[in-house]
Design a protein around this ligand. Structure first.
Ligand code: SF4
Length: 400
């Protein structure tokens, strides 16, 4: 355990003592941390935990986003991405289009596919299976992280299959793990305002828990900075912590600041840098059983991201090729770091860059001792991993 370098006094002293002893923080502690103006002590405490778990290591991924369709039966107030099914602006990628994107990304050494889209009732289940197989055929080493709990629940109802059956079929087609989207704030009073009609908080948690038990780990997001209270944020974290105590299936917690542009709530002010840093630090301190706190630079820009590495964040997200959902809400900071630039930014913050796939497996991917990623990472300080792939042409590689 890292020794504390300075003594914390004032209102945060009892919480600091718990952190020093490695004791779990409670709801009251979480709310007090959000309310403090002592931002440096807050960052110091979060950094103690971050360093205990990860040292200087800072993770990132080389990702192709596959936002396969923006046609959606819902109209969540927070969403700038969706289009009604009959809209001229609605699109759906063909399996061939996605495979071509994957092939191009594979030549750049992409490590993961991050796949999400709208709830499009016109697509058959085979579309999703063929999507996975098409991507996998082009880039067998990349992990497939696909479908929010909202999409999985939609599939279950539309195709009259249990969630377990959906996961079984998708797993056979190549699914590795689940993204964390659709969580917003896991308090139904808030959900009724920002995403009415979306699955309840309890159902979101249930779909993830079923996924974990079926062998598919996941992330969990929190969309903050709209109508939620500080207590709602803490309750969101506590609900995730409860599931994690049972399953250990959450890999990363991903706080996302709300961007109002093009949504049904355009007048909401953006969060401030201090508010964002508080969220990262409180997340690290409250979620004592979740390994990673992940920040997406698209939401805050790379400059605040460097500071966040001292406020509990250990994962800076990815290169984000072809991401559409966040851009639709106006979160475009104009800085689009390449893989080399991401590594440089991490080093400038005094940390050690580690490229990983969706399952946090480090280093260039090898298959049966042979490096297969066509653009191996140069300069990452992590060890190569020898991933237990199946045969080079087979499906279902890189499963956990
Ligand atoms: S957030 Fe998801 S479910 Fe809601 S409208 Fe947008 S795409 Fe559809």
């Amino acid at each position: 355990m890292t020794a504390f370098k300075f003594k914390v006094s004032g209102p945060l002293a009892p919480i600091a003592e718990k952190v020093r002893r490695g004791e779990r923080l409670d709801r009251e502690d979480g709310v007090a941390l959000f309310k403090t103006n002592d931002i440096f002590t807050l960052g110091y405490l979060a950094n103690q935990v971050r360093d205990r778990v990860h040292g200087d290591k800072t993770f990132y991924t080389h990702t192709l986003h596959v936002n396969y369709s923006n046609a959606c039966v819902l109209d969540c107030a927070l969403c700038a991405y969706y289009r009604p099914l009959d809209s001229e602006e609605a699109y759906t990628f063909s399996v061939e289009q996605m495979a071509a994107q994957a092939e191009a990304a594979g030549k750049l050494g992409v490590r993961e596919f991050h796949i999400t889209g709208g709830l499009n009732p016109k697509l058959p289940f085979e579309y999703y299976e063929n999507m996975f197989r098409g991507l996998r055929a082009k880039v067998p080493w990349a992990t497939i992280k696909a479908f929010t709990a909202v999409e999985i629940d939609f599939f279950s109802k539309k195709f009259r299959m249990t969630v377990e059956e959906i996961y079984r079929r998708l797993g056979e087609a190549g699914l590795n793990c689940l993204p964390g989207g659709g969580a917003e704030i896991l308090v139904d009073r808030v959900r009724d305002i920002v995403c009415k009609g979306k699955i309840s908080a309890a159902r979101w948690l249930e779909v993830h828990e079923i996924g974990h038990r079926a062998g598919f780990p996941s992330n969990a997001t929190m969309l903050y900075g709209h109508v939620e209270t500080l207590e709602d944020r803490v309750d969101h974290m506590l609900k995730l912590r409860g599931v994690q105590d049972r399953t250990q299936g959450f890999l990363a917690f991903v706080p996302l600041s709300f961007h109002a542009e093009n949504t049904a709530m355009p007048d909401l002010k953006p969060t401030t840098g201090i508010e964002d840093l508080k969220v990262y630090a409180v997340s690290r301190l409250m979620l004592d059983n979740v390994p990673h706190i992940k920040l997406l630079w698209t939401y805050v820009g790379t400059k605040l991201l460097q500071v966040a590495l001292d406020f509990g964040v250990d994962d800076v997200g990815s290169t984000n090729m072809e991401e559409r959902i966040v851009k639709a809400a106006g979160a475009d900071h104009g800085d689009r770091p390449t893989r080399d630039e991401l590594m440089e930014m991490i080093r400038h913050a005094g940390r050690t860059p580690c490229e990983v796939d969706s399952l946090y497996r480090e280093g260039p991917v090898q298959m049966a001792g042979e490096l297969v990623a066509p653009s191996p990472v140069v300069g990452t300080e992590c060890r190569p991993v020898d991933v237990a792939f199946g045969d080079k042409t087979g499906d279902g590689v890189a499963r956990r």
